[in-house]
Design a protein around this ligand. Structure first.
Ligand code: ADP
Ligand code: MG
Ligand code: MG
Length: 246
């Protein structure tokens, strides 16, 4: 179960205000899309929800299931059920993809180890579901993965970690149509009463495959419009400049 409330949130990076009085509520089981032009603050909001300390909260608060998590550390947020698929997933040589995911699951599980055989079974099932070659389990985390493979790997982590609140920052960027469908299949598989999601995207294309309950448009660090899936269709057609006609 997860309800996320972003309440009058303002955020600065170094001394520059990036987010300005952002309000957003994602209820239990809902998938929201966050759209907006480049440089408008979408990744800033995503990273702030996960608790990246580079993003300084200058006003407002973040609540998860009525608990104020504004000052909570990133690892505690992960244990509370929040997951972030970063816009640019990091490459780590020297730790295998499988070991990384297993450690993350153990950490999320309050360091109660998930039994290896159970882990491997689930890993291989999910990799097959995402049409991922078995090799990817034993390669370095994201090491020499293509852009699309990294995104697919983020969805593998999502499916393994089973968070209750996921933020997916441009999970569709750099994907060809087949990979996009695979990524969408993973997100749709997660969909349930106990899973909430914020999908950050530039394009309506993803939203044809994962239909959001609510669409928000961010510009200049504020949410300037909220609507249903039709809002994304209108944006695709008229661009952000044409928002007034929506
Ligand atoms: P979006 O994801 O919508 O493209 P971002 O949140 O990445 O936008 O960026 C919003 C603004 O904040 C941009 O002007 C960007 O240059 C600035 N910004 C974001 N992260 C940082 C950072 N770590 N250091 C300095 N400036 C940043
Ligand atoms: Mg950007
Ligand atoms: Mg971004």
């Amino acid at each position: 179960m997860a309800e996320l409330i972003i309440d009058h949130l303002s955020v600065a990076v170094q001394d520059k205000t990036i987010l300005n009085d952002v309000n957003l509520t994602i209820k239990n089981g809902e998938i929201h899309a966050l759209m907006g032009p480049n440089g408008t603050g979408k990744s800033t909001l995503s990273e702030t929800i996960m608790g990246n300390p580079r993003y300084r909260i200058t006003g407002g608060r973040i609540l998860l299931n009525d608990q104020n998590i504004t000052d909570m550390a990133t690892d505690e947020r992960a244990r509370a059920g929040i997951f972030l698929a970063m816009q640019y997933p990091v490459e780590v040589a020297g730790i295998t993809n499988a070991d990384f995911i297993h450690s993350a699951m153990n950490a999320r599980n309050n360091h109660d180890a998930v039994p290896v055989l159970k882990f491997l079974k689930s890993l291989h099932q999910n990799m097959a579901f995402l049409d991922m070659d078995e090799d990817y389990a034993n390669r370095g985390l994201n090491e020499d993965f293509s852009g699309g493979e990294k995104k697919r790997n983020e969805i593998l982590q999502l499916m393994m970690l089973q968070p209750t609140m996921a933020v997916l920052d441009e999970i569709d960027s750099g994907l060809d149509i087949d990979a996009l469908k695979v990524v969408a299949r993973g997100i749709n598989k997660m969909r349930s009463e106990s899973f909430s999601c914020l999908m950050v995207t530039h394009y309506q294309r993803l939203l044809n495959y994962v239909v959001p309950d609510v669409v928000h448009v961010m510009m200049g660090g504020r949410i300037i419009k909220t609507g249903g899936p039709e809002l994304a269709v209108a944006l695709e057609k008229n661009g952000y400049e044409g928002l007034d006609q929506v």
